[in-house]
Write a protein that binds this ligand. Sequence first.
Ligand code: SF4
Ligand code: SF4
Length: 238
Amino acid sequence: MTELFQPLAHDTPFRFHCGPDVTCFNRCCRNLNQFLYPYDVVRMARALGLSAGEFLACYTRRHVGPETGLPVVSLKPQMPGRHCPLVTLQGCRVYNDRPASCRLYPLARAVVRDPQTGSIEERFALIREDHCQGHGGGTQWDARRWIENQGLSPYNCNNDPLLAVIAFKRHRHPQPLPPQVGDAIYESLYLFADTPDVSDGKSTLAATAARPADFTEIEGRLSAAYDAVVEILKESAR
Ligand code: SF4
Ligand code: SF4
């Protein structure tokens, strides 16, 4: 498989079409190497009617980030073909709640964070892989319109703060994390939505399952989870 990243200015037009009518339908859901953000996990778990813990146990693998030293999770590839555990002949089982990277494809997005001001600059690239037949046809897009069309804004808002956590880890705790600290961070980042709320005893996922379009509570708990990880790192670095 060849893969080419073409840098793409925010307003550079590109044409792309994807759907069940393309001959390569579902091909991008094979050969999986798919890392998930904490927000991806809660969106998919909720869509499947699972707790975050159940989702993680069934569908993901846990790793240590090679560059960050932080715990990360990826979708568990299925054999043969290392396909996604959530792909079906009809497409993605969790399409409305698919992860950020699936929404973004065929774009790649890098985010550069100014350490002084905290401001974020986005850079984009167009990914051209020889199996993907979607290039050149269909609607004309640019990066901004693609982000909007694919419903990526809430994902970016909830995922980008992880950058600050990673920067903090690198700066304050460059050494590998002791296993118990890695476990505590994993729990904060990926299981926060299963923790019962003190007010009513329900987990965030259970409490919000009846309100399909309302992610406010999850987003609030995720923001608190990022803060909790920074506190864990501070404590561990003492
Ligand atoms: S390989 Fe490209 S065109 Fe084919 S289904 Fe995936 S994203 Fe769509
Ligand atoms: S989550 Fe859905 S879109 Fe993403 S790789 Fe799996 S089946 Fe494909």
